[in-house]
Write a protein that binds this ligand. Structure first.
Ligand code: HEC
Length: 153
């Protein structure tokens, strides 16, 4: 009888050990740690430039603002007398009636920044027909992206 009890005990320990291993308690840990390290490295290499300034991304930072605040009027199917389409990077660079609104490296001199700021060189401050203008932070995002070369990043 005693013998049978010990066998049962050994079996139970073996089954418990096996279940623990199967549940992945051991195998998942290193994977998570690796992902966190990779993420940290990615942030280091892509979100800062040489001078330690945050790198502005066209797709992540700039386009979401344009999509939400400008596309209602500046899409290819809108009837906009400025002839400026802001649907894609290439459309933006191509520009409208007054030529390209982007001068890479010169955010403050770029028409797109001047038009979203108070007292634009012509016409009205964008976006028109709304009291909600871009925030200073959003204007800075546009300006800094152009200062950093207006890349398709
Ligand atoms: C409610 C409609 C509307 C919205 C929204 C709007 N625009 Fe405009 N935009 C216009 C009209 C109309 C003109 C032409 C009149 C003018 O220049 O003031 C224009 C002209 C422009 C021009 C001048 C282009 C040229 O070559 O003459 C720029 C640059 C511009 N918009 C940028 C923007 C940006 C950037 C946004 C988003 C932050 C935006 N607009 C949102 C209607 C709009």
């Amino acid at each position: 009888m005693k013998f049978a009890v010990s066998i049962m005990f050994i079996l139970a320990v073996a089954v418990a050990g096996f279940t623990l291993q199967q549940s992945g308690a051991k195998s998942k840990m290193p994977k998570m740690a690796l992902t966190a390290t990779q993420a940290a490295e990615k942030t280091k290499s892509s979100d800062k430039n040489d001078s330690g300034e945050a790198t502005i991304s066209f797709s992540k930072n700039v386009f979401p603002i344009i999509k939400r605040r400008c596309l209602p009027c500046h899409a290819s199917d809108s009837d906009n007398r400025s002839e400026l389409v802001l649907e894609s990077y290439n459309d933006i660079i191509a520009g409208g009636k007054h030529g390209t609104p982007i001068i890479p490296g010169k955010g403050s001199e770029s028409l797109i920044v001047q038009k979203v700021s108070p007292n634009p060189p012509f016409g009205r401050q964008m976006p028109v027909m709304t009291r909600i203008k871009l925030t200073d932070g959003q204007i800075d995002t546009l300006r800094m992206w152009i200062d950093q070369g207006a890349k398709k990043n």
